[in-house]
Ligand binder design. Structure first.
Ligand code: ADP
Ligand code: MG
Length: 358
């Protein structure tokens, strides 16, 4: 049984601090996804857990063991990388079993573990092939097989699907999800793809510039993002933003206005707001509805009619560009003026520091 605990983890390369104090608890059996833009420190953090990077400061606990100075092979972890790095001259069978052979695992135990991994990954029919005779998805399965035979307490994945084409990514994503259910092992998975994060994770950790922005269940991050960064990163297409000022605060509602917004009434947050406060309004593209005289003003800049939905690129008076995703087909024309209302329960306001106001 191994959960993990990261306590104020820091990593610097020379003068440059890339991980700036990460605190995180991961339960045994949890599927945790580190997500964030390229260069934010996801791989570095994962490699620190694996023992492939030194820890500059803080503590890494795996189970009840302080692991800062523990050798990678003694941490009970196995890592799967984006580049599967298989041995080209070896069969799948030998690739999967290579680590066990190095560890001088007896032949029959090795055989049994390799066959079990092949069964779990549904690649028993591939065991005699060489990597060159496999598709990208099959190669990645071999790399995962290599991790499985080690029976680690914790699996680490660093963007394992990035080299696969779109359809295969979806299939392999489901296989990894199923693998997690079957093995019940702790898994930590790194990706820059928020859809992968949303679909795989029990718990998402959003990172930006070496700092954790928010930790939570996927749907909580979507519905109650902590700040502008998370709001803009989680959800597709991206949340729309515009600057507004508070015009009035009444019992249950708050009215905001701006260059692009005319007296939009929203559910009042519990936090106190004063008339005249400058805020950022966030509305997801799916929460906009075109109406005869709505509060959000725009002009149709582009329109994509997909049949089941209509994606409208709207130019606001300030020049801001928003997306609206409308259910069903809408015969709009380029250049036409439109007004929208936003679902008042789903819009989010952010203060000057970029923190969501609830
Ligand atoms: P991610 O995986 O989120 O794309 P990384 O963890 O690979 O990001 O990198 C985080 C930051 O650390 C980047 O700015 C990167 O340039 C820097 N970095 C990574 N490895 C090294 C290294 N060995 N030496 C110096 N800087 C590094
Ligand atoms: Mg990376």
């Amino acid at each position: 049984m191994a959960g993990l605990s990261l306590k104020s983890l820091h990593k610097s390369y020379g003068e440059v601090e890339v991980i700036k104090g990460v605190d995180l608890d991961i339960e045994h059996g949890e599927f945790v996804v580190f997500v964030g833009p390229s260069g934010c420190g996801k791989s570095t953090l994962l490699r620190m857990i694996a023992g492939l990077e030194d820890i500059t400061g803080g503590e890494l606990w795996i189970g009840d063991k302080l692991c800062n100075a523990v050798e990678p092979r003694d941490r009970g972890i196995a890592m799967v990388f984006q580049n599967y790095a298989l041995y080209p001259h070896m069969t799948v069978y030998d690739n999967v079993g290579f680590g066990l052979k190095l560890a001088k695992t007896p032949h029959d135990v090795r055989e049994q573990k390799i066959r079990e991994a092949a069964r779990i990954l549904q690649m028993e029919h591939l065991l005699d092939r060489k990597p060159s005779q496999l598709s990208g998805g099959q190669r990645q399965r071999v790399a995962i097989g290599r991790a499985i035979v080690r029976q680690p307490e914790v699996f680490l994945f660093d963007e394992p699907l990035s080299n696969l084409d779109a359809a295969l990514r979806v299939d392999t994503r489901m296989e990894i999800s199923k693998l997690h259910q079957d093995l019940g092992a702790t898994m930590i998975y790194v990706t820059h793809d928020q859809v992968e994060a949303m679909t795989l994770a029990d718990k998402i950790v959003v990172l930006n510039a070496g700092v954790v922005q928010q930790v939570g269940a996927p749907i909580d991050l979507y519905q109650r993002p902590a700040n502008l960064f998370v709001a803009g990163f989680i959800g597709s297409p991206k949340m729309n933003f515009v600057e507004v000022k508070v015009g009035a605060v009444n019992g249950e509602t708050v009215t905001v206005s701006g260059q692009d917004v005319l007296n939009l009434q929203l559910t009042k947050p519990a936090a106190s707001l004063g008339v005249g406060d400058t805020l950022t309004l966030g509305v997801r593209p799916h929460d906009l509805t075109p109406v005869a005289s709505g509060s959000i003003l725009g002009r149709v800049a582009l329109i994509e009619r997909l049949g089941n939905e209509t994606i409208v690129n709207v130019e606001l008076p300030s020049g801001a560009s928003w997306l609206a995703v409308l259910a069903g087909d809408h015969a709009l024309t380029r250049g036409e003026s439109l007004t929208f209302n936003a679902d008042p329960a789903k819009t989010i306001l952010f203060d000057k520091a970029g923190n969501a106001v609830y």
